[in-house]
Design a protein. Structure first.
Length: 429
């Protein structure tokens, strides 16, 4: 390993860690990615990830969309319905001048494409250590010393910025001095794919049930991905039901929207937990993605929020390096976290509010939700704002989300700004 400090050392090789690695290296930064898991270890994740238009722009600029062209499914509308009540909202991409709200990507396929893209990065800019553990960190005047142990032995390497992106179950946060505040939602998500008699096409569906939201996302080969939230106490029963009983329960909640359901795939269960690590950074160590914050998957905004954070962090790191500055300096990390806190809080608050209002069977709650949905349908400006937020295009956007180039850090294989490799949804007028 090189003695000169890395511009950034990233801990965690999931989507957040891989995307940040790709974004920084493609701008000319020197990065070390340390992944505790082996390549391919996440391949069996069958979740359908609803990637907002803003996230798709980043994936496209980094060359990932071209690797996923056969499995991505576009979404141009979202139908939100209240189970057993009259409330319905239909959000269309065209309501905000967009062609798409986003695309659905199988989680395992996305991870495979990201790992392949990282493996293709030039070795003089990107070092990769899979199956390795970070055992200690120590802040020094101009860098952070990170001790790593893995198949290649032990090493201590310097980095000017260290990003902890190893997920919501990160074992390193508390060890490195971060405080974790967490609270369970008393819910779990059950995920599977199946074949409906009537495919929803380019439409995503979310039914607000008393046990939590039920989402239907388009999937390849005429199938759909089902994400059903159930009470935590019912998770074992939901996973253990026979296929016929499972499909009958889904049909009761969805009504006739999909027709008969057949050929369900294996079910996977995931606990849903709200968590927040504080502070967001200390020394030269910054938390990102689920290592920083998790919230309810209502609206599928968790990974999309992380990608917006990645775009903003890439811009901040590249700007610091281009000016000859220090990307891990206190003032820069403080400015970054202050810049991103509003989007993070709004996104988490909207998800939690939707969970709270639909998970409580209060007198008159159904009528109140129906009235609120009717108001949204009648108010074009409000509906447009909701569509833009669903597409990840609300508020001030980092340059990567606008398709604007960042300054390069020098000549080399990435001596130009990343270019889109597939057609992108148009921006709103």
């Amino acid at each position: 390993m090189r003695a000169a400090p890395y511009d950034c050392l990233i801990i965690g090789g999931g989507p957040v860690g891989c995307l940040l690695t790709l974004a920084l290296v493609r701008q000319g930064a020197r990065v070390l990615l340390v992944d505790p898991q082996a390549a391919g270890a996440r391949a069996d994740d069958q979740r359908g990830l609803a990637m907002a238009t803003a996230s798709i722009r980043v994936l496209d600029a980094l060359g990932i969309c071209a690797r996923l062209s056969g499995v991505m499914r576009p979404v141009d509308s979202i139908l939100v319905a209240d189970q057993g009540g009259p409330g319905v909202i239909l959000l269309r991409a065209g309501d905000a001048g967009l062609d798409e709200l986003g695309r659905v990507v199988p989680a395992g396929a996305l991870q495979g494409a990201l790992e392949a893209a990282v493996a293709d990065l030039p070795g003089d800019l990107c070092d990769l250590r899979r199956g390795a553990q970070v055992t200690a960190v120590a802040c020094e005047p101009a860098s952070m010393r990170v001790e790593i142990e893995g198949p290649e032995g032990r090493a201590a390497v310097p980095a000017r910025l260290v990003v902890l992106a190893d997920g919501g179950r990160s074992p390193l946060r508390e060890r490195f001095g971060f405080q974790i505040d967490s609270a369970p939602y008393a819910q779990a998500a059950v995920v599977c794919t199946l074949t409906p008699a009537r495919h929803p096409g380019r439409r995503a569906i979310e039914v607000l049930t008393r046990s939590g939201p039920l989402a239907v996302l388009p999937a390849p080969e005429g199938r759909v991905t089902i994400v059903r939230c159930v009470a935590s106490t019912d998770l074992s029963d939901a996973l253990g039901q026979g296929d016929r009983e499972w499909c009958a329960g889904l049909t009761a909640l969805l009504g006739r929207r999909l027709g008969a359901l057949a050929a369900p795939g294996p079910r996977q269960g995931y606990p849903i937990v709200q968590s927040l690590a504080t502070p967001a950074w200390r020394g030269r160590l910054l938390l990102l993605g689920a290592a920083l914050r998790t919230f309810h998957p209502n609206g599928a905004q968790g990974l999309n929020l992380s990608i917006r954070d990645i775009a903003a962090l890439t811009e901040a790191v590249v700007a610091a390096l281009h000016a000859g500055g220090d990307p891990g300096a206190d003032l820069r990390l403080d400015a970054f976290t202050r810049e991103r806190i509003v989007d993070q809080r709004i996104t988490a608050t909207l998800a939690n509010t939707l969970w709270w209002t639909t998970s409580r069977d209060l007198p008159g709650a159904g009528l109140a939700r129906a009235a609120g949905m009717a108001a949204i349908n009648l108010c074009a400006p409000l509906k447009q704002r909701l569509v833009l937020r669903a597409a990840g295009l609300a508020g001030t956007l980092p340059r990567l989300l606008r398709g604007a180039p960042l300054p390069m850090l020098g000549p080399g294989p990435y001596g130009h700004a990343p270019q889109a490799t597939s057609a992108l949804p148009k921006q709103p007028a």
